[in-house]
Design a protein around this ligand. Structure first.
Ligand code: AR6
Length: 195
């Protein structure tokens, strides 16, 4: 490693730590958007976002991981909420998670890109952020909504996620930090290119 040039060494460090802290974003966003590779259930933030379905079922993917880590209290609270429409967001407590809150949103399924999927995915981000503000949440972590079971292309989804978050943070200052938590290397690379 000592023989690497400065820039190669820096790239190596980014690669190794799999964390981008938003240090070279424009002034009003600097340090307010982070991209990491990791497990969202481990994040020490005020709220984590859950990519769920219309029944808040906790059935698979990140949804199941969050329910597993939070414990049965989360399931019970979800059962009281009468589901979650696509594009909508609902909030619960975090139970055994390090995060105090979970904001649940149901992402759109990819159907080729001409059925309003973009708009619907953008709405998920907007509604989660609006709800976060209402609850005075300062730090929030998002998974790559719709890019697993729902088949949304990662690069396209990350562009929507980043542009929605950027616009939201630039318009109001109440939310201090947004963390994009990528489970897979592929998603981490997409977010680094989009942020
Ligand atoms: N931390 C962060 N990201 C994760 C984790 C984790 N622990 N586990 C998976 N991911 P998906 P969707 C990533 O399929 O496409 C469920 O069954 C994963 O790699 O969880 O919105 C629900 O009940 C991917 O990048 O959600 C719904 O029915 C991203 O999370 C349906 O899946 C989203 O993948 C929702 O599908």
């Amino acid at each position: 490693r000592r023989s690497m040039s400065q820039s190669t060494y820096h790239d190596y460090q980014v690669q190794r730590s799999q964390r981008y802290r938003g240090q070279n974003l424009p002034d009003d966003l600097r340090g307010r958007i982070e991209v990491i590779q990791g497990d969202i259930t481990k994040q020490r933030v005020d709220a984590i976002v859950n990519a769920t379905d219309n029944y808040l079922s906790g059935s698979g993917g990140v949804d199941a991981a969050i329910h597993r880590a939070a414990g049965s209290g989360l399931k019970k609270e979800c059962e009281q909420l009468h589901g979650c429409k696509t594009g909508e967001a609902k909030i619960t407590r975090g139970y055994n998670l390090p995060a105090r809150w979970v904001i649940h949103t149901a992402g759109p399924a990819w159907q080729g890109g001409h059925q309003g999927e973009d708009r619907m995915l953008a709405l998920c981000y907007q509604n989660c952020l609006t709800l976060a503000e209402q609850y005075s949440i300062k730090t929030i972590a998002f998974p790559a909504i719709s890019t697993g079971f729902l088949g949304f292309p990662s690069d396209w989804a990350s562009r929507i996620a980043c542009s929605q978050v950027r616009t939201f943070l630039q318009r109001n200052s109440a939310i201090e930090k947004v963390v994009f938590v990528c489970f897979q290397q592929r998603d981490f690379d997409c977010y680094l290119n989009s942020v």
